[in-house]
Design a binder for this molecule. Sequence first.
Ligand code: CP
Ligand code: NVA
Length: 312
Amino acid sequence: MKTKPRHLLTLLDLNKDELLTIVSNANFIKVNRHEDHLCHVLDGKVLAMFFEKSSTRTRVSFEAGMSQLGGSALFLATKDTQFGRGEPIRDAARVISSMVDIVMMRTFEQTDIQEFAEYSSVPVINGLSDDFHPCQLLADIQTFMEFRGTLEGKTVAWIGDGNNMCQSWIHASMLLDFDLNIACPEGFEPSKKLINLARDRVTVSRSPKAAARGADLVTTDVFASMGQEDQKQRRLAQFSDFKVDHDLMSLAAEGALFMHCLPAHRNEEVTGELLEDKSISVVWDEAENRLHAQKALMLFLLQVPNFSLPQT
Ligand code: CP
Ligand code: NVA
């Protein structure tokens, strides 16, 4: 019988060692990206990418990453496929996974990705849902470690909405043993179940200053995520005290970094000055690392052996 494929539906599909191996492989790939053996390691493999929501970084990094490793990628907008006309996910999963080697999906519902994975014969990657964004966390962890070393024992401050990014940061805190101080307005907390699961690591307050004090990393995201556009004006008022700026960063630990998954809305959740301050903000490195981290992820899920060793 064929063994079940590994998936990345949330960060908790990995254990700590696997997560750190992927990050370390991502660094190897970054340094050796033009080495001949790496340019052919996925020759002939095909990635199918489903997008129910917009994307720049996720689409470009998966598509470029797959071709740089020798494979190819299909871009499938939900509205142009039978998905958009109501074909059951379980039917699409069986058909598509019989034709391609790996699948990436960006959906509203996390349960849609879960259902696809349940019926898929190939690995499935969550490229963002309303609940989680594990691929972004791979790049964020890689970026922090590149600049500041291990996250273990450190403190991360999440300022803003308790959204998909925040919830994936909670998963990361559980896997990598760091403290996560979340500051969000009332009514915008991450899921209670998740906070409870990570209660040894996570605190939730209403105070960006308390959350940022002593933090080694301060991170945020847009106040209105994809699908919440109609709430934007109301949210801008509700989140008005949650903007990250140089004053807030001055409360953080010496050498603290600023990250944002992007796209950023300057002067809403972060000031333009902070976003562009190269001594604190590492957002461009963070974005580039999506490419390297996802290559490492695909090689891990496809169980490509010894790809890091030059072929003799
Ligand atoms: N950070 C991120 O996932 O960006 P995109 O929405 O552009 O893919
Ligand atoms: N929270 C944002 C992340 C975008 C990458 C959203 O879901 O729109």
